[in-house]
Design a protein around this ligand. Structure first.
Ligand SMILES: [Fe+2]
Ligand SMILES: [Fe+2]
Length: 280
């Protein structure tokens, strides 16, 4: 895809998401964590400003390049912020209502956004089957986790909606296992790479030897359609949930903005998955 078009598409979507993450974190922090609350507010402002800039960036290569660089620098601030907070939470050194997996989830979204921008800046090409599996595995996990978070934030008396959310979570987890099965069949090199320590700077020549490059099979195409179908269903479920929350017709502690946030992410997942399907 075109460098300028894809850069603007990614920035205009993810910058708003990043500012909202900072807001959600701030709302979940304990009131005594004044310093973290301040940092979250500053990050929220930073990403709001970048979003305004991205909306007004003309489709000119130089300006888009500078925007990408500044966004990468901002991500280099929010990713460690999320990491430090997650460490505080999982070592039981802070209270509040930020769920560990939710912080890990939003850090993964930030890591992927940064990786996409780095690939664009450095012109790193990725093959279609590899990208297809990456997108599926990323989004299947994100969609499954949204379903779990919704189930947890609904009032327990909303028995049918809680059950529906849990059913979505199970369905997405099963699809993700299937994606992993397909990944090792058509891209065994990724498994070989996974076995190396992350501290290794250079991949030894023997790694990936005698293994085929990622390749496309018809089953993978069919699988992509199955993922799209499942994502359309959860998108509709989220749209209904948002309406119920806005109309105060459901008992939950889900803020309308969070419902809207996960609905937008489902729309982005569909756009990404359809785009990759159209490349075949
Ligand atoms: Fe998000
Ligand atoms: Fe998300």
């Amino acid at each position: 895809m075109d460098y300028i078009e894809d850069s603007l598409r990614q920035n205009r979507f993810w910058l708003r998401i990043m500012s909202e993450h900072a807001l959600f974190i701030r709302l979940g922090l304990p009131c005594y964590a004044a310093d973290l609350i301040n940092q979250a507010q500053n990050l929220q402002n930073l990403f709001e400003q970048l979003k305004v800039r991205a909306d007004n960036t003309p489709p000119v290569r130089g300006e888009v390049f500078n925007l990408n660089q500044d966004v990468i620098a901002a991500l280099d601030r929010i990713i460690p912020f999320k990491s430090d907070l997650l460490t505080l939470i999982i070592t039981c050194n802070i209270g509040g209502s930020n769920i560990p997996l939710l912080i890990d989830h939003i850090r993964r979204e930030a890591i992927r956004f940064r990786n996409i921008l780095i690939r664009l800046q450095d012109d790193i090409q990725i093959s279609t089957p590899e990208e297809m599996l990456q997108e599926e595995i990323f989004w299947l996990r994100i969609m499954g986790e949204h379903a779990k978070f919704v189930a947890q934030l609904l009032d327990p008396s909303e028995r049918f909606l809680v059950d529906q959310s849990n059913d979505f979570a199970i369905h997405f987890e099963t699809l993700r296992l299937q994606a992993r099965d397909l990944e090792s069949m058509v891209n065994p090199k990724s498994f070989d790479l996974w076995l190396l320590p992350v501290s290794l700077k250079q991949v030894p020549p023997g790694v990936g030897a005698c293994l085929p490059d990622p390749f496309l099979i018809p089953r993978l195409e069919r699988f992509n359609n199955e993922v799209i179908e499942a994502t359309e269903k959860i998108r509709d479920f989220k749209a209904t949930a948002l309406r119920l929350i806005q109309d105060c017709k459901v008992l939950s502690i889900i803020p309308p903005l969070l419902a809207d946030h996960i609905l937008r992410e489902a729309e982005m997942a569909l756009a990404d998955l359809r785009m990759i399907a159209s490349q075949i």
